[in-house]
Design a protein around this ligand. Structure first.
Ligand SMILES: *Cc1c(COP(=O)(O)O)cnc(C)c1O
Length: 378
């Protein structure tokens, strides 16, 4: 089965009990047992048919054995980190998602889990960060907002040599463009709030593994800590995933045109997009993914100019988040990355006049006109 077909026919595409073509929302907490211990489902934290349908679907489309659905991307990430124990050390990409940085440095550190943040696009830096108590490497590629690229396969070799688990946050590329498990990762996870849901209407997280023991361990954490996704949101996510292929194709088309437009606009200084031949991660990304995605960052001369652009846009919605059918726009220095001190932000290359956009599937002519008008002085 090819990808676009899998999005529709993967997992449990037909309700086994009724034949319904769309998995029904099993809004239920518990299940009648035919005698003690004789049941299909026991309790909905442990398992629910609607959630299971989603979990089978994400496992199929990531090329894994088992999937798990959580109440948010952060709940999924926290559950995965809880596979490790006090005293363990994790190496993570230095510009990981802000919430990931926060949970690792302000919550999980209190349980004595140690994390070192390094530039995972530099393989020697990753190798040198391995310590006797290192248990995992946590990678995000492309990153936010500068779209830095890490070579998943090369890092997976470092992980294997040192007996570490490789965890990849695949939110930006989506399973349509990139499948980290096939590149040697042990665990892939998503903020399904973004492209997988795709319509700015659900918050969810997904985890996929391709090893039975690891699957058992993730299920144990999911059932023990309880951060599960409810049946309504599981259903919405299944519905979103059905159109992932067409949405990503359309987003890719629109994004290329927006990138070309930005490069030619005199008010734009730098454009960050992995699809550009001069992007430092272009070759590696091209090798490990089939598309470049819908995220672009670019700089204008100042924060004041960036604020002016955000004030003038009509169709690009000023909002955090990304990956939706509607185009979104933000200033990382003032929004998603505001908690990082200015000097550190500048070190990371996050300038004050940096604007991030998530391209949606509106008519491209409207999007280009919108940016053209917003970038003009006056
Ligand atoms: C949004 C996001 C998260 C967190 O997901 P939530 O669903 O908001 O909890 C994690 N990683 C990346 C790359 C994200 O963009």
């Amino acid at each position: 089965m090819r990808k676009k077909t899998k999005f529709i026919h993967g997992g449990i595409s037909r309700d086994p009990y009724t034949g319904a073509v769309s998995t029904p929302i099993y809004q239920v907490s518990t299940y009648k047992q035919d005698g003690v211990g004789n049941f299909i489902y026991e309790y909905s934290r442990t398992g629910n048919p609607t959630r299971e349908s989603l979990e089978k679907l994400i496992a199929d489309i990531e090329g894994g054995k088992r999937g798990f659905a959580f109440g948010s991307g952060m709940a999924a990430i926290t559950a995965v980190i809880q596979l490790f124990s006090a005293g363990d050390h994790i190496i993570a990409t230095d510009d990981v998602y802000g919430g990931t940085f926060r949970v690792m440095t302000k919550v999980l550190n209190r349980f004595n889990l140690e994390v070192t943040f390094v530039d995972t696009s530099d393989l020697d830096t990753v190798k040198n960060a391995v310590k006797p108590n290192t248990k995992a490497i946590y990678v995000e590629t492309p990153t936010n907002p500068l779209l830095k690229i890490t070579d998943i396969q090369a890092v997976s070799e470092i992980a294997k040599e040192n007996n570490l688990k490789l965890i990849v946050d695949n939110t930006f590329s989506t399973p349509y463009w990139q499948n980290p498990l096939e590149l040697g990762a042990d665990i892939v996870l998503h903020s399904a709030t973004k492209y997988l849901g795709g319509h700015s209407d659900v918050v969810a997280g997904l985890v996929v593994v391709n090893d039975d023991k690891l699957a058992e361990d993730v299920h144990f954490i999911q059932n023990s800590t309880g951060g599960i996704l409810g049946p309504q949101d599981s259903w919405l996510l299944i519905r979103g995933i059905k159109t992932l292929g067409v949405r990503m194709e359309e987003i890719e088309e629109n994004t290329k045109k927006v990138v070309n437009f930005l490069q030619d606009n005199k008010h734009v200084q730098k454009v960050y997009y992995p699809g550009l031949a001069n992007h430092p991660g272009h070759d590696i990304h091209s090798k490990q993914a089939d598309g470049f995605g819908g995220m672009i960052s670019f700089t204008v001369e100042s924060e004041a100019k960036a604020l002016d652009v955000l004030k003038k846009v009509k169709y690009f919605t000023l909002a955090e988040s990304l990956g939706a059918v509607e185009s979104l726009i933000s200033i990382p220095a003032l929004m998603t990355h505001a908690s990082i001190p200015k000097e550190r932000r500048h070190e990371l290359g996050i300038e004050d006049g940096l604007i991030r956009i998530s391209v949606g599937i509106e008519d491209i002519e409207d999007l280009l006109e919108d940016l053209e008008n917003a970038l003009q002085d006056e």
